[in-house]
Design a protein around this ligand. Structure first.
Ligand code: ZN
Ligand code: ZN
Length: 176
């Protein structure tokens, strides 16, 4: 889901998005606005020389609940069509919670996929992307325990690991 960009959606646009839809057999209100490549319906408006586009479900949300705070995302229920503008099928999530969710995969808000509470969240530096990412500290711990276990049970990996550790220690002592 595209994250919030802090765009204020005019009320007339919000109302248009809220009222232009067709009922699907599953109870979704399928927006009649055109669908962009990301699969969400879009509504746009002209503001001087600028044409602004937002997703229709965000606009529909704004019609009922008002403007969306800057670090929040309007998220569809996991079973819902991406073009749906039925506000009953939408919820407000922090960008962070939203980023952890992928299609048809859901878990309670405030927990990771493995049920660890958000209190274990850690900031992890991603070098390749030059930014921080929030990750569940308990999951990181579990992953590293699992990989250590895997290495122990695999003689080739265990040998490689030993070699790596030896080189690392030499490097630390300034021998390489
Ligand atoms: Zn829906
Ligand atoms: Zn976790």
């Amino acid at each position: 889901m595209p994250p919030s960009r802090g765009i204020e959606i005019p009320e007339r646009v919000a109302e248009r998005a809220f009222t232009h839809w067709e009922l699907s057999p599953t109870g979704c209100y399928i927006s009649t606005y055109s669908t962009a490549s990301h699969g969400y319906a879009q509504v746009g408006w002209q503001d001087g020389d600028f044409r602004t586009c937002v997703t229709a479900h965000r606009a529909a949300w704004v019609h009922v609940h008002g403007q969306i705070p800057i670090d929040m995302t309007v998220d569809h229920k996991p079973t819902c069509d991406k073009r749906c503008v039925n506000v009953e099928h939408l919820r407000l999530l922090t960008n962070f919670e939203n980023a952890r969710r992928s299609n048809n995969r859901d878990w309670p808000i405030g927990e990771c996929a493995n049920g660890h509470s958000n209190e274990y969240l850690l900031k992890q530096w991603i070098k390749s992307e030059n930014r921080y990412r929030l990750r569940c500290g308990m999951c990181i711990k579990m992953d590293s325990l699992k990989s250590r276990e895997n290495i122990k049970n695999d003689p080739i990996k265990a040998r490689k690991r030993k070699e790596y550790d030896r080189k690392y220690r030499q490097k630390k002592r300034g021998l390489v």
